[in-house]
Design a protein around this ligand. Structure first.
Ligand code: AHM
Ligand code: MG
Length: 337
């Protein structure tokens, strides 16, 4: 653990200095995301109160309609991102199409060179039960030269991400991000309104004893996956079985716990949903980038998540993510070996 007193912004700037050609635009974007998520965090904390006051779905004190939290989070992020001038397109899990952004200039120089994808409030069905939820984001450089961004800019391989991260709204608000040089975690101190470094260079254990999957879907799984999960639960001293099951049902919470303590998270395809439930661009790619930076592994059971070609903004993918040796073992069972 790093006990130095470092704010998120200081850390981002220090990271940027490692790249001699950096213009500071990515740092600005990350700072804007953090700001938007501080506002979302406040609103998430107030959600219970709003409910007590009977305001959800009605009008607030200003006579405005109270938005559902996931719509609020989407609008907040879009507003914050548009202001930055660094983006030419935004794609959100909450929006059918991507949002092109008009190019801005710094003098003669075009400055809108990035694309952002986000899931504004993942796990939002958990809000009413006061269970942790989160925001996930992913940043790419545009592939087109100029003008508002296009679908082509938005549909890039996960390997092309320049930064990714998530914010958890839990017992405290935490932001974890990577810009391709390790994974770093920050906790929001609500008294000073700053994210403070709590963990630099997070490394996920190579193997652990925890698995996370919605086992209610067991009857719909293929035989390889059934055998793997049965195996995890059968006592065997030599292979360290049985494993513990931990499933919040909120991806960022399940992922974050496994990132820190080790474990495998699985959202497989099944007979009802062959590609599972999670989205490649908004959920799988950013978490895959983070886990690989932390020394872990992410696949769809066969292929590396970051190398799956996206054909559609809302494309789904099965996801096996976490400790490297555990994910490799799951893949062997899935292949029938
Ligand atoms: P959402 O994007 O509609 O919130 O759904 C994604 C969530 C993830 O947070 C979580 O891992 C998963 O759905 C849980 O699904 P299930 O209830 O099928 O286990
Ligand atoms: Mg989601």
């Amino acid at each position: 653990m790093n006990k130095k007193f470092i704010t998120l912004y200081r850390h981002i700037i220090d990271e940027e200095r490692k790249y001699p050609d950096a213009t500071g635009q990515l740092s600005d974007l990350l700072a804007d995301i953090a700001l938007a998520c501080k506002v979302i965090s406040l609103e998430v904390n107030r959600a219970g109160l709003i409910d007590i006051m009977g305001l959800t779905g009605t009008e607030n004190v200003h006579g405005e309609q109270v938005k559902k939290l996931d719509e609020f989070a989407h609008d907040m992020l879009v507003r914050a991102m548009k202001v930055s001038g660094h983006l030419c397109a935004i794609a959100s899990e909450e929006s059918e199409d991507f949002i092109p952004v008009n190019e801005k200039f710094m003098g003669e120089r075009p400055m809108s060179k990035y694309i952002i994808h986000f899931d504004p409030l993942d796990g939002s069905s958990n809000i009413d039960a006061n269970i942790s939820i989160g925001t996930i984001f992913s940043i790419y450089k545009r592939t087109t030269e100029s003008g508002p961004g296009t679908l082509e800019d938005c549909l890039q391989l996960g390997t092309k991400q320049v930064a990714a991260g998530y914010i958890i709204y839990g017992s405290s608000t935490i932001m974890v991000y990577t810009s391709g040089k390790g994974v770093h975690g920050f906790t929001l101190d609500p008294t000073v309104g700053e994210f403070l470094l709590f963990y630099e260079n997070i490394q996920i254990p190579k193997r652990a004893k925890t698995y996370s999957i919605n086992e209610g879907n067991y009857s719909k799984w293929d035989s390889g996956l059934k055998e793997y999960v049965d195996d995890l639960k059968s006592a065997n001293k030599d292979t360290g079985r049985p494993y513990s099951a931990r499933y919040v049902g909120s991806l960022v919470a399940d992922f974050h716990r496994n990132l820190l303590y080790g474990g495998i998270f699985m959202y497989p395809g099944d007979t009802k949903n062959p590609k599972g439930k999670l989205r490649l661009l908004y959920e799988a790619n950013p978490l895959a980038f983070i886990v690989e930076q932390a020394g872990g592994r992410a696949t769809n059971g066969k292929e590396r998540i970051l190398e799956i070609v996206p054909l559609d903004l809302h494309q789904k993918t099965p996801l096996f993510i976490g400790s490297e040796e555990d994910v490799l073992e799951a893949e062997r069972f899935l292949a029938g070996k």
